[in-house]
Design a protein around this ligand. Sequence first.
Ligand code: MSK
Length: 662
Amino acid sequence: MKDIQNKSVDLSITKLLRKAREDGVTTSFDRVETMLPCPIGRSGACCSTCFMGPCRLSEKEGKEKGICGATLPTVASRNLARSIAAGTAAHAAIARDLAFLLKAIATGEVRGFEIRDVQKLKMLAREFGFDGKESINVLAEKVADVFLEQFSSKRDELIFVRRAPEKRQKLWREAGITPRSVDYEVSETISRTGIGTDQDYRNILFQAMRTALADGWGSSMISTELSDVLFGTPKPVVSEANMGVLKKDSVNVVVHGHYPLVAEALRRMSKDLELLKYASSKGANSINLVGLCCTASEVLMRYGIPAVGNFLQQEMVIVSGLVDAMVVDMQCIFEALVDIASHYHTTIITTSPQAKISDALHIEFTPENAIEKAREVIKLAIKNFTRRVNTEDNSFTKSQLVSGFSYEYILRMLGGNYLASLRPLNEAIIDGRLPGVAAVVGCNNPRVSHDKGHNYIVRELIRNNVLVFQTGCSALASAKSGLMVPEAKEEAGPILKVVCKSVGIPPVLHVGSCVDNSRILMLLSRMVTDGGLGDDISDLPVAGVCPEWMSEKSLSIGAFFAASGVYTIFGVGSPVDASPEISHFLENELEEKLGGKLEFEPSQDAIVEKVIECLRSKREALGIGHEKDREVHDVEKRRELLWWRNQLRLWPKPQSRVHRRL
Ligand code: MSK
């Protein structure tokens, strides 16, 4: 049992791991001990693109080339490029479906859903060159068509490329990596990395960057914009996170995955009076809908629906014995859930035709039937509630959090309603009050202690006065750890603490799910536009960190940050470790060409040091390296100073010498 302590820094997880062992249940935390990683595959040196192999390249063993002659850099770059293409495709699956949903709502094919943020729809219509005088439905259809076109085989640039600073767009064009359509880039990467096609690692990696850009400035950005239009643009909302959000006296339904439509339908049905009456007839106080993984961030950001946990908690919530149904859509869903659920009363329900699991109950959700299917699911969960056994000992903790920091809200929060801008943030950085900003994102990985990297790195950064933006499972780790409430400023360095107090924000801002990393791209772009910090994203004192990554989507996210000019650093280990040429390309050549870089560093201390050093050197390059000895005042102090200034204004002006002489 001693080993359990090191598995997670989240005490509810270690408690449930003990329970799992008592219940005879095996989880990913156990399987990771017996399933040791293949050292060749893990380091990027295994080529399986044809059936002459797989060729396991190893310089030590004198196997420097595959049967076709492919070298280590070719193999490692192909593997990385294919992972990035898979990550981009995953985000595209969400965005494409949302574009179809908007179109179906606009044409009246789908009823029961409406356009929540009409202003944002109009803003997008204007951005795409429509005059905005048409009806909402006509505009919505036109906007949906523009988005759908971004997935076609169009050969000109993706529409959101224009949102990047001009200098950045020019750099991409010069490097020949401006993304065309999302599907075009994904398909071309898969084709180029097959047997006997692209065998120049630099050429392969530039195409990988182009594909990643099609994610950040394409799939992910489209997904964020469409989710805002359809389900509302987030603004701050108070909620709770961790296992303690499961209620013993209520029907607990966990929604897990990435696609917002399923969660939206369940949210509505969890408030349905008829279903609530039915739940009460079975002895339940309420229907408690909670989120897990990125779906948690989607519904947390918009409605404040509590988050039960992040990626590595998906099995543990079932072990709690408190979950009556787990509804999953797509991505990051363990096949093992069904086996674990067979030990308890939980039903696992798959909902997407793209993501079925053998032996799970499949109830397919479409935009047309989502509300009815959500009703069916909740009825089933209510029936399951009566089958719960032995939950007395299952008390868990939870933490409060503030979520909902969308790009639009952050702009209004800092600049006011009429002058929405990031200028105050830029000024704080220029003045030397804040050294810079960091984005901390990504998954959990059972190869490292659950949440330890996220919590340690975020705490160290805020202690060093770095303002942190977070998304995905990383954000949920901070939320559970109490870092997303204004009181967390007490853990921040003295200057960040005062800034947080003045603006009334936590030192760590939750900006959404994985696709909402596009909100961070928008913020960086806007920091450039608002002036004083150079003329490109690569000039900004900012860094991206992915402490506990495991997914191909994380690689795509890291690559689009790097190709957008951000210094980006991953924890855990490197998927290209076998090839020094590839590491050199990602850390050095990429920086020379695009200003950003991608590094892999397993040591959390080294990550913090490197991020701080990156911010320092960017400041130095901007000529704002020396911190000014300037006092930052909180609200009370500013009021006091204002009072004194007004008093001084009332006093008679001292006479000038000339007057006196006269
Ligand atoms: S869900 S991709 S484990 S962040 Fe987006 Fe979490 Fe990583 Fe999945």
